[in-house]
Design a binder for this molecule. Structure first.
Ligand code: DGJ
Length: 545
């Protein structure tokens, strides 16, 4: 006997089923695992082997068609793409998401993920991605002023009207992403604004900014910093006086930057919260980093620099983490400044030239969950099969094969990384892992002993006691017993060049003789990155006494 549900009941049933399926798809989220930030996608840690597009590379649908398949073939798994406020809301209140939709559809066909960069009120300090109805109405959307009272092409952080309009557009974007993408989850995270901060005289000098600067520092900020006094950066700690009244009294020499940090963070909190209430993807803010001896205002003052993270955290609880854009040569130093408690490490922008080596450092030593060189769309695939592949592509190919084991190893502290340049202050660097020291120098030719490449790098993963996988190139590595762990002499038991295919190790070559300097060293290939399995033994020399 057949039974028929009345049409309305059937409709309700479909609706409930649809809502349940929607709820069943767990959103991408951040998790701190033993102090290491992981991005969880479909229940598993996801490593972003990313690339950020050039600023003018995501403005048309046709660009998606040419760029996405090319990057997918290069083992990039996530593209960071700008979405401009002016493009999605060309007329106030009327939204056009057609380009974003095309990028999401094309990405999902190539199994590519996206991180959306919201170029809203500010991109690199300036406000040129705001729509023309915003830029042409400075009365309604006031600007920040220079020291001589001139309005800048920088929207004021203090305008409730600008903040409301940006938040409304961002919320519309996030709502649209939820409707279109929450099932397939092409979009993993969102960066809110881009490299914010005030360029010029240290802080905004508009009348409203001057007034607030001379008024009491908000109680919420005082309370938050007092509670975290022991975690404050040196810049905040040496100046912070919770008994002061105005910004100068409380923050001394750090007053301009602390004031701007609080105001940018408070504005961005409103924007991020509006977006999250529509679709709660992880959200972060990125920083342009100062050059040595630069003063705030010469670099964007008030951005989320390491020294001011506690100000940002106090103002912007909706932001999940803060990220450095690292273009300076001291990549390792900047990574370390963002390895602060509770901050998941992700590098949204890095210099392409040094990116292959720095990627090994970021994942191995920084225990980052993602890395992304800037202007990745400038890389071209080899035209002929025997043309050399871009180095970055090799590195991502190797890291792709390790992605099933790397996140657990990062969380358990079983990874290290090292990068060396011809310009490094020391020609030799050593890292310790699993009771052994790994001492690396740049690869040299034999017998002339000239350095073969400007940089070399490796990621070390300890699989079991004495068994290591080392991914990298252009280094020579010598092993010793770590005297802090145990006595004895380290000896190489075996070195093999291996690859990881569908979660299984495959031995490609057993290396010995000239290829291991007669069993004494690991010689990483000076041309291409590979993975090597190194087994080490400890011998205990007999004592004569
Ligand atoms: C940093 C910015 O965030 C990017 O959008 C881009 O402008 C690069 N600088 C250019 O080098």
């Amino acid at each position: 006997m057949k039974t028929f549900l009345p049409a309305t009941l059937f409709g309700i049933f479909l609706n409930v089923a649809f809502t349940l399926t929607m709820q069943a798809a767990e959103l991408p989220q951040l998790k701190m695992e033993q102090g290491v930030g992981q991005l969880i996608v479909n229940g598993r840690p996801f490593l972003i082997l990313g690339g950020e597009l050039g600023n003018s590379s995501a403005g048309t649908a046709a660009q998606a068609d040419s760029i996405i398949p090319r990057l997918a073939a290069m083992h990039v798994n996530t593209i960071l793409m700008p979405v401009a406020w002016e493009q999605i809301e060309p007329k106030e209140g009327s939204f056009d998401f057609s380009i974003v939709d095309h990028w999401m559809e094309t990405a999902s066909r190539s199994d590519m993920r996206l991180v959306i960069l919201w170029f809203g009120s500010w991109k690199n300090a300036f406000s040129n991605y705001a729509p023309s109805w915003v830029k042409s109405d400075p009365k309604r959307f006031p600007r920040a002023d220079s020291a001589d009272g001139k309005p800048q092409e920088i929207l004021s952080t203090l305008s409730a009207e600008s903040c409301r309009s940006d938040a409304r557009a961002f919320a519309a974007l996030m709502r649209h992403l939820r409707e279109k993408d929450s099932q397939r989850q092409t979009v993993l995270m969102v960066q809110v604004e881009n490299e914010v901060g005030f360029l010029g005289s240290g802080r905004d000098r508009a009348p409203e900014a001057n007034r607030l600067f001379h008024e009491r520092v908000p109680e919420a900020l005082l309370r938050a910093l007092t509670a975290r006094r022991s975690q404050l950066s040196r810049e905040l700690a040496v100046n912070f006086n919770e008994h002061g009244q105005n910004w100068r009294q409380v923050f001394g020499d750090a007053a301009n930057e602390a004031f701007m940090a609080w105001n940018y963070a408070s504005y961005i909190e409103v924007v991020a919260r509006a977006g999250k209430s529509e679709y709660a993807l992880p959200m972060y803010v990125n920083a342009q980093l100062p050059a040595p001896q630069e003063r705030p205002g010469e670099y964007p003052s008030g951005g989320p620099h390491p020294a001011y993270l506690e100000v940002w955290r106090a103002a912007a609880p909706s932001i999940d983490f803060y990220s450095p854009d690292i273009y300076w040569p001291n990549f390792e130093y900047w990574i370390q400044t963002y390895q602060v408690s509770g901050n998941a490490l992700f590098i949204p922008e890095a210099r392409m030239e040094s990116a292959p080596g720095n990627a090994f450092y970021a994942f191995g030593q920084g225990r980052a969950f993602g890395f992304s060189p800037f202007a990745i769309d400038n890389l071209s695939l080899p035209e002929k099969s025997d043309d050399p592949m871009p180095h970055m592509m090799h590195v991502y190919e190797l890291l792709t094969s390790l992605r099933d084991i790397l996140p657990d190893a990062q969380a358990s502290g079983s990874t290290r990384g090292l990068v060396l340049h011809t310009t490094s202050p020391r020609p030799t660097q050593t890292v310790a892992l699993g009771g052994y020291l790994f001492e690396a120098t740049l690869s040299r030719s034999w017998p002339a002993q000239t350095i073969l490449a400007d940089d070399g790098a490796m990621l070390i993963l300890e699989a079991s006691p004495g068994e290591f996988y080392i991914a990298g190139s252009r280094l020579t590595v010598t092993f010793a017993r770590d005297p802090d762990v145990a006595a004895g002499v380290a000896q190489i038991e075996s070195i093999e060049q291996v690859s990881r295919v569908s979660g299984q190790w495959v031995t490609e070559k057993r290396l010995n003789g000239d290829q291991t300097n007669q069993g004494r060293q690991l010689l990483l290939d000076p041309l291409q990155p590979h993975i090597y399995r190194v087994r080490l033994l400890t011998n205990f020399p007999e004592r004569s006494d």
